[in-house]
Design a protein around this ligand. Sequence first.
Ligand code: B12
Ligand code: SF4
Length: 541
Amino acid sequence: MKIALISLYDDYAYAARFLATYLKANGHQAYILNLKTYAIKMFSYDTNELEQFYKTSTATPLEELRTDGIILCPYPSPVTDIEKNLLFNKLKEIQPDVIGFSVMSIDIELTKALTRRVKGEFPNIPVIWGGIHPTITPEESIGVADIICIGEGEEPLLELINNPQRTDIKNLWFRKNGKIIKNELRPLEQNLDRFPIPIYGEDEFLIEWNKIEELEIHTHRDHFMAKHIILTQRGCPYSCNYCAHVLTRQLYKGQKYIRRISVDKILNEVELRVKQFNPDGVCFWDDVFFLNYPWLTEFAEKYPERIGLPFGGYAHPQSTSEEMIKILKPAGLSFIAFGVQTGSEYIGKEIYGRTYPNEDIVRLAKLGEKYGLEIVYDIISNCPYEREEDLVATLKFLYELPRAGKISIKKLRFYKHSRLGQLNKPLINLDEDTYFFYNMLFLLMGEPNIPQGYVMALAKDDFLRKNPRILAKLAENICGYHEKIKLAEDELKKTKWKYQNYTGRGLLSYTANYGKKKLPKGIFNALKNLFPKKVRETLKS
Ligand code: B12
Ligand code: SF4
């Protein structure tokens, strides 16, 4: 049997990749159709290109603001008619028996539209949705798809492909003759090692920028990543209110929720990726990498000899001990990322459901500093429950913490059905300029070229508070946006620059490497003159 798995705005397509690999290992044909990557386009703060994008985009735009002083707009550039036609032509060519979509909530409108078109053009091919969105909103999802998969998909999808007539498959709901058949959930897969190592660059296509391209190993976008990304586990022990785990964990009460691939198997995978993509480092992008001391110990023993590249991953204030860092550091640990999210105890506890005090975050950050690791702080912005005093608290907290190598700010995706959406608390919804003002200050807090004391002074400036875009100009120039892009481009041209038009994540990834590079002296002084006198006075003091 043949299946086409469609992955939207997703560079990595792990879900489609895991599923396709498993189906292939069981004798089926599986195609991965990537409809657009989670492409990254760089917007300078001072052009109006970004505003134009917001005006014309039909997709929900995402913003990530970085210390590099740029707005990176991980960029769901709207799917064009040409791209839709390329997708449907490919489907006609493949003639799959089943079409699957992997769906995140953010892409739901696009998925619905594409599903309707599939049903119009191929009325006899069943459409199955899987992924986080149908898992947490099954009733809504089965209203559109013929079949939905709740939770893990490998086994249910295999059973379906083995016999597309069946409607009694656990984890799957079917819409048949106006009726919904809801099958029960099967237990979580406890032995992740039994799944094969995911395949890259085989029967895989990328539709983007009005073109379709077959992705083979040597043309795969993963060549552009300075760090190759690998997932070693499923599940998370925590319950942050803004996270999907809160909802998915409830489905599996009483079962072991966190499961990890064995160290040996992960190292086999890393070895393969090193051969395939020659990355400069590895990012173990589990929700929390710093879990399970025995696993980490074995990893620390074996990784240096077999791989030896610098690596890092997500830490969590409650799970990460000094002992863990101590054993991983000599094995090549070079960076840790973790969610600071807010400095406000009110938002942390009452809104995000945090069960530990800010001091625990400080402790973790100081550990990172002590062991000379690059530290990345994640901050959540645009939380509708935040008051201005909460944003001030975050700024003060960043001042208190060791300076980050990178501060990554993501807009909160506020879904009514999430636990966050269900809280009985007043919604404040500050205006965009307020969020923007503080986001810029947060960014500057992570920027080595400006003393943090200046940033605190800028925060008190009424003029800037009313004209926050000026701060963006400061951020852009102080952070050396143009210089960094140039350095990154030159570097890419020398090394792996194969796609002249590709200004996406490869460039980003290389740019990030220059995040700490000291910029030519004088930039900061020259820039001061761009600002109103009042601001200049503040900068002097
Ligand atoms: C990698 C990742 C990303 C990557 C890739 C995006 C992607 N589509 O996966 C990037 C960095 C791009 C990303 C970005 C974002 N992400 Co993200 N991301 C993840 C992460 C960490 C892993 C997902 C993954 O690949 N897992 C591995 C695969 C194998 O597991 P899986 O996806 O669950 O798939 C299994 C089943 O669901 C099922 N399945 C999945 N698809 C299908 C399809 C079929 C047909 C079938 C039968 C079964 C099936 O089978 C699979 C194997 O068992 C998850 C958290 C998590 N731990 O899951 C968040 C997560 C998916 N992201 C999330 C969010 C909110 C975002 C952002 C909106 C963040 C932001 N504010 O900017 C953006 C939006 C990006 C966009 N597409 O526009 C949320 C989604 C919540 C929701 N309701 O949709 C999650 C769940 C994290 C969270 N905190 O809750 N993300
Ligand atoms: S620690 Fe991260 S993955 Fe775990 S529940 Fe919180 S946000 Fe989700």
